[in-house]
Every structure is written in C-alpha cells, then in structure tokens.
Design a binder for this molecule. Structure first.
Ligand code: TYM
Length: 334
C-alpha cells in the first residue's frame, strides 16, 4: 500500500513556490485518502544558521501554513522532525552508507556551499542522507516534491538500494518521486532563470504566504515580463521564461493546464493578464493567510498538534528502526 512522506524546511517564510509545488499537492494526496506523513524538517533547517527565535517561529508558522492550506492533522500526520529521534538515528546509519562522491555531486550542495565550501557546515554536506532517513524511516513509497528535489530523491533511491545490497536484505522500498502539475518549478518574479526561493535577497522576487492582497497585486504588477502579448499556443512561450512562469502560476492556481490558460487569454497584453492573475492569486491565497494568522494567535495549540503528530510518527518509525539496528548488527539488550 502506498505511503506518502514529504517535508518542508522551516528556514524562512513559505512562498508561492512551496505552496504550488508542494503544499497544495500534499493536500490533494491527503484528500485522495492515501496515508500521508508531513514534516517540518527543523534539523535540515539548521544546516545553515537560524537564530533559535526564528527557528521556533518559522516552525510554528510552517505548521500553521500546512493546516491553513488544508492539511487535517487527524487524517495526515503533521509533526516536526526533531521530535522523532528516528530521523537522526537513521540519518547516521545512512551517513555510513552514502559515499562522499555522491554527496559532492549534489547541485544544492554546490549552490549553497558555493566557492567557500571549507566554511559550510558538515550537516549541509550530509543533508541528503538525513533526507533519505526522513523518507525511509517510514518506508514511504511516494514523495511529492517540486522539481528542485529530484536529485535528492534519486540519491534516496541509491541509499536504499546500497543498504539493501550491502546487508543482503530487501528491506527499504525504492521510493518514487511524485513531481507533477503545472508548477513543479515556480520561477522568481524578477528573473525567469532562477527559482522562486525563500532565501532570495529580493522580497519582490517571491510571493510569501504571509503577504497581504496589496503586496501580492503589487508584486505581480511589477513582475518582469516581455513586451509581447500572450500567444495562442504554448509553443509561443518558448524562450519567454517570465511569460511562461506567469502562465504556469495561473494554471496551477486555477487548476487548469497551461495550454488551457494560453487558449483562454490568447492575445492578451500583460497589462490585462497581470491584474487577472493578481485577482486569482489573492482569491486563493487570502483565505490561507487569514487562517494562518488565526492559528498563529495560539502557538500552544500548534505545539500540541505537532506533539501529537510526533507521537504518531514515532509509533511507525520505531519498529522500523529496531529492525534496522538488528540488520546492521547492533547489539540491543534492553
Ligand atoms: P524546501 O523546504 O526547499 O521546499 C519544500 C517543498 O517546496 C518545493 N519548492 C518548490 N516547488 C516549486 N517551485 C518552487 N520555486 C519551489 N521551491 C520549493 C520543494 O521542491 C519541496 O518539495 N530538502 C527539502 C525538504 C525535505 C524533504 C525531505 C522533502 C527534507 N526531507 C523528505 C521530501 C522528503 C527542501 O529543502 O525543501
């Protein structure tokens, strides 16, 4: 039977990219009745510096975003990573399965460590092994993510296969990435060649889930575009990354295909299309923002939900970890 796991880093406020590429699809999976486990990966977040106050706030805000977007903490398991020690434990074992060379080839490592990798944390280098542990501690079969996580999920498959092979077992599943929909890679509003990211220094480059209606409309109005009107087929968007991005965002928000959006708005100038997009974005995001703010007024309730989710997560992961220790040959005598 399928089991879904996915995670989001509480390393900043969530963006429209996180919403369309991940959160919205997490809710769809839950609503299809699949077993769904969703995690705020606070241990991944500290691979780059987070002040304790920011980490706490971002973790609670992330949880509020999940719930506001439609995650029901009764139907899904919603928790934060550090409350379930199986992640750290299996992460260590996978540090000993994964190879330095595999890690060194990760594009996220190369991007984030940059030229000064001597000064990056060891945790940033090991990041994908902990991510594999997140998934495999539950023997999850499917992992919905945005396009940027594809390479990490391939590595998860490599780790599972090497563990199975090294120990001569058929224990871990070979997980399927689920990268689907019109918005698997939402791009920056300022530069169609960069992905929309919570860490971009320019706030104009992204829509935050905490932005109000005016801010959303202003950012879309100022979004970079080209002077051509919208074409009547998707072909006409080739080599027009900014235009293509706005069409993809519209499609994902409206639940349409990009081809249908282009057909509907064929010949429209961006002066007309952008206000329509802004209106759509506000109509989808405003209720989520309002609900997030309501939830954030009661952090103790959020903490209670995360605690309950953590206990349910632990109940699934612990027996799997017990088997892993046995397979690896660690003496367990109490
Ligand atoms: P993170 O926190 O960077 O992003 C969370 C999710 O949002 C997706 N995403 C996007 N999708 C479309 N367009 C964008 N511009 C965009 N930006 C982000 C990401 O692909 C992701 O699905 N390593 C992960 C967190 C993680 C994880 C896991 C995910 C840790 N353990 C286990 C799945 C399974 C990350 O940094 O996501």
């Amino acid at each position: 039977t399928p089991r879904i796991f996915s995670g989001i880093q509480p390393s900043g406020g969530l963006t429209l990219g996180n919403y369309l590429g991940a959160l919205k699809r997490f809710v769809e999976k839950q609503d299809e009745g699949i077993e769904t486990i969703y995690c705020l990966v606070d241990m991944h977040a500290i691979t780059v510096w987070q002040s304790p106050a920011d980490l706490r706030r971002q973790t609670r805000e992330g949880a509020a975003a999940f719930i506001a977007a439609g995650i029901d903490p009764k139907r899904s398991i919603l928790f934060n990573q550090s409350q379930v020690s199986a992640h750290a434990e299996l992460g260590w074992i996978f540090n000993c399965v994964a190879r330095m060379g595999w890690m060194g080839r990760m594009t996220q490592w190369k991007d984030k460590a940059g030229k000064n990798s001597e000064n990056a944390s060891l945790g940033l280098f090991a990041y994908p092994a902990l991510m594999a542990a997140d998934i495999l501690a539950y023997k999850a079969t499917h992992v919905p993510v945005g396009e940027d996580q594809k390479q990490h999920l391939e590595l998860t498959r490599d780790i599972a296969a090497k563990f199975n092979n090294d120990y001569g077992v058929n224990f871990f599943p070979i997980t399927e990435p689920v990268i689907e929909g019109a918005a698997t890679r939402v791009m920056s509003l300022r530069d169609g060649s960069k992905k929309m990211s919570k860490s971009d220094p320019s706030d104009q480059s992204r829509i935050n889930l905490t932005d109000d209606a005016d801010a959303i409309a202003a950012k879309i109005r100022k979004a970079k575009t080209d002077p051509e009107p919208l074409p009547d087929t998707l072909d006409g968007l080739k080599d027009r990354p900014e235009a293509r991005n706005l069409v993809n965002i519209y499609a994902a928000l409206a639940g349409l295909t990009p081809a249908a959006v282009v057909a509907e708005h064929a010949g429209a100038q961006f002066g007309t299309f952008k206000p329509r997009l802004a209106e759509l974005a506000v109509s989808v995001l405003s209720p989520i923002t309002t609900e997030m703010n309501r939830l954030m007024a009661d952090p103790a309730e959020i903490d209670r939900i995360l605690g309950e989710g953590s206990a349910r997560a632990e109940a699934i992961a612990r027996p799997i970890l017990d088997e892993v220790y046995d397979i690896v040959g660690m003496v367990r005598s109490r």
